[in-house]
Design a protein around this ligand. Structure first.
Ligand SMILES: [Zn+2]
Length: 188
């Protein structure tokens, strides 16, 4: 029994080594290694905060600028780490940093905070976006803009925080019909 357990554990270690090895020898080796090793905040990797299905699909570069990486650090420290601390891995970032090309590909706003590393879209498995937004407001986590999207528009929560200017603490809802409306979620 014990011996079997040890073999399983060794197998898991071996898988980890293979993953690192692949990253190190991939075409963009430098970047891949940095992403494997790179922490943003305490509980996130740079890979998690630069994930983009559009970038992958279209082969677009989505490497953050040093400025954007610093902004991601700030966002992770004050917003994302506390959320993951409270909610665990079911709190997932679905879109973080977007290079200008990626932002254009997803029809993002021309002034999108995603391009500055100041915003992410996130979901919490099993909790609807209005409840996630309410939870953030209630927790006292700081934010510039908090937008909860109707399921028809992705059902995610957009949250931003800037280190460079005063944060607005603005809560909006993105209804199924389109556009944005002020929302008092969580304030009652
Ligand atoms: Zn967003």
């Amino acid at each position: 029994m014990n011996r079997g357990g040890a073999m399983v554990a060794l197998g898991a270690v071996a898988v980890g080594v293979v993953v690192v090895g692949l990253a190190a020898t991939s075409p963009s080796g430098q970047q891949a290694v940095r992403e494997v090793a790179g922490r943003v905040g305490r509980l996130f990797t740079l890979a998690e905060l630069t994930v983009s299905s559009a970038a992958k699909r279209l082969g677009l570069d989505n490497t953050p600028t040093p400025d954007a990486e610093q902004a991601l650090q700030f966002l992770a420290t004050y917003v994302l780490d506390p959320l993951r601390q409270a909610l665990g891995p079911r709190m997932r970032v679905t879109s973080g940093y977007r290079s200008p090309a990626v932002n254009e590909a997803v029809d993002g706003s021309a002034t999108s905070q995603h391009m500055k590393g100041e915003a992410v879209d996130l979901v919490v498995d099993g909790i609807a976006s209005d409840r996630v937004a309410a939870l953030i407001v209630k927790s006292g986590i700081p934010f510039d803009q908090l937008i909860w999207y109707a399921p028809e528009r992705g059902g995610h929560v957009h949250v931003s925080l800037s280190a460079k200017r005063a944060n607005r603490g603005q809560v909006l809802h993105a209804p199924a019909a389109g556009g944005y409306v002020a929302s008092a979620v969580g304030r009652v």
